[in-house]
Design a protein around this ligand. Structure first.
Ligand code: ADP
Length: 302
């Protein structure tokens, strides 16, 4: 059975639906990504799925439990990595894990028995006695992830887990997530990083205005929604060349000082750029970010 089933979920704040008749089913043992611009309704969807807020309409099944009635029982089997770190700054790494174990009703002995493996998993074995403020951002995030595993959850829900991390720390965090996937855990994550979603997720739902506007594997989303090649054109004389670019490719989008040419035939585009002189370009395969921008637009959402 799917660890999480949402059916016709709606949540309004005032008259505006923030989550709008949203249905979603995630597969056991897989990593499912929720992508969407700011304000699309991702966090609200996660909060509904955890029974932290009540829906105005729709059904939620979390690990077989009907929410909101059985939310407490369901949450016993779920791990949560919230957007902001909520570690206790007065406690050491070990004490944070002990406190969280108590929250799940584990005995001190049970929690203590689990701590060494969790610290090893998070690469924090030599930091057990360190106080939280002395940890780097990446360490804090990995501790939050380790903490979410204290109850050995079947499903782990992560809300933008790598926001604010530098590339090295993100890669280390991804390794931890991959290990969880290999262990058979189910992951549901929101992210603004398309490369993160493309690497980790088996399936992705793109959300906008509280609705799912596309859902598939990353590869299938790219194949279905976008031309395979992108030529990003920039440099002197671009304004004069835009018409030529538009005539040579299936779709063009101008963003700032760059013209994005989406095409099946990149050579025609790059040869024309070379003939023009002064222009520069980057030719690359289409990726998930191209799909995301096509479906949700390039306007800034703040
Ligand atoms: P996302 O996580 O995709 O950025 P959210 O789910 O946080 O989006 O928010 C979706 C929309 O709902 C936003 O416009 C936000 O301002 C609004 N919203 C979220 N929580 C509340 C609340 N408690 N009261 C009023 N509006 C809210």
């Amino acid at each position: 059975m799917s660890p999480l089933i949402l059916k016709g979920l709606t949540k309004r704040y005032g008259a505006t639906p923030v989550v709008d008749d949203l249905s979603l089913e995630i597969a056991a043992g897989r990593c499912h990504g929720l992508l969407g611009p700011n304000g699309a309704g991702k966090t609200t969807t996660l909060r509904l799925a955890l029974g932290l807020i009540e829906a105005d309409a729709g059904e939620i099944r979390l690990l077989g439990h009907r929410l909101p009635r059985e939310a407490a029982a369901a949450r016993q089997r779920v791990g949560v990595v919230p957007q902001a770190d909520s570690l206790d700054p007065d406690f050491s790494v070990r004490e944070n894990l002990l406190a969280y174990g108590r929250y799940f009703g584990l005995s001190r002995r049970e929690t203590e028995a689990r701590i060494p493996a969790l610290l090893e998993f998070a690469g924090l074995s030599n930091k057990a006695e360190a106080k939280v403020p002395t940890l780097s951002g990446g360490m804090k995030r990995r501790l939050t992830l380790a903490r979410s595993l204290i109850n050995d959850p079947e499903l782990i829900i992560l809300d933008e887990p790598t926001t604010g991390l530098d590339p090295q720390a993100r890669h280390l965090f991804w390794q931890c997530l991959r290990r969880l996937i290999q262990q058979g855990k189910t992951l549901l994550l929101t992210t603004h990083f398309m490369d993160e979603a493309e690497r980790l997720c088996d399936r992705i739902s793109i959300i906008d205005h509280g609705r799912i506007i596309a859902e598939d594997s990353p590869r299938a989303l790219i194949e279905r929604h976008i031309e395979p090649h992108v030529v990003e054109v920039f440099g002197e004389g671009l304004a004069d060349w835009v018409g030529c670019g538009r005539s040579l490719c299936q779709r063009c989008e101008q963003a700032g000082e760059t013209l994005f040419c989406y095409t099946d035939e990149p050579t025609a585009v790059t040869e024309a750029i070379d003939r023009q002189g002064g222009l520069r370009y980057l030719h690359r395969p289409a990726n998930l970010e191209d799909v995301f921008l096509k479906l949700t637009g390039r306007d800034l959402r703040e």
